[in-house]
Write a protein that binds this ligand. Structure first.
Ligand code: URA
Length: 195
């Protein structure tokens, strides 16, 4: 099976998940979308109202901003893979509970294992916390970090602020755009570094 077939199979399994309470209140599971061959994987927090409605990640206001930033570095959604820590919308857009993120973790791990991205860009605190526990986003944003993740092995991460948090906050917005512009350089460094 190629990577996109593997992802399709995983998505089918995900659609039947009942690993936490979120599935009982959301409209549908939002697995993620993009290229199965992506070198970059963006990982947000969880679906919001629009995402829940359409079954696609980052399609609301934060998603528009993400698309804009991708454009700045000459990428399109189809070039990358976009997913979330939890695949079902938390009611009233509350933060996912630790047990919900934990229940959804095997799905995310499997997505990363299939895609094998060169770089994982975490969007926001919750996504950073899953991969880089104990870190402070204010201290590590925009810095590429290589970390060993149980179940994944060594992986390069770039933690960014969440587009929704930065949307209406001028200085955070500027910081996020500045950090986002580092992505091509980080990718190049990964590609050219010796094994
Ligand atoms: N915010 C997220 O973290 N993920 C989405 O899919 C949409 C908004």
């Amino acid at each position: 099976m190629n990577k996109s077939e593997q992802l399709a199979e995983l998505n089918t399994k995900m659609a039947h998940c009942s690993g936490c309470v979120l599935r009982s209140s959301c409209t549908q599971v939002v697995p993620g979308e993009g290229s199965a061959e992506a070198e970059i994987m963006f990982i947000g927090e969880g679906p919001g109202q629009k995402e829940d409605e359409l079954g696609r990640p980052f399609v609301g206001a934060a998603g528009k901003f993400l698309d804009e930033m991708l454009g700045v570095i000459k990428l399109k959604r189809q070039d990358v893979y976009i997913a979330n820590v939890v695949k079902c919308r938390p009611p009233q857009n509350r933060d996912p509970l630790p047990e919900e993120a934990e229940a959804c973790w095997p799905w995310l791990l499997e997505q990363v294992r299939i895609i094998q991205p060169k770089l994982i860009v975490t969007l926001g605190r919750h996504s950073m916390e899953r991969f880089l526990p104990g870190q402070k986003i204010s201290q590590i944003h925009g810095r590429a970090l290589r970390r060993e993740v149980p179940g994944l092995g060594k992986q390069v991460f770039l933690a960014l602020y969440h587009p929704a948090a930065a949307l209406y906050n001028g200085s955070m917005r500027q910081t996020l755009i500045k950090d986002f512009r580092k992505i091509p350089k980080v990718l190049k460094a990964i590609e050219t570094e010796k094994p």
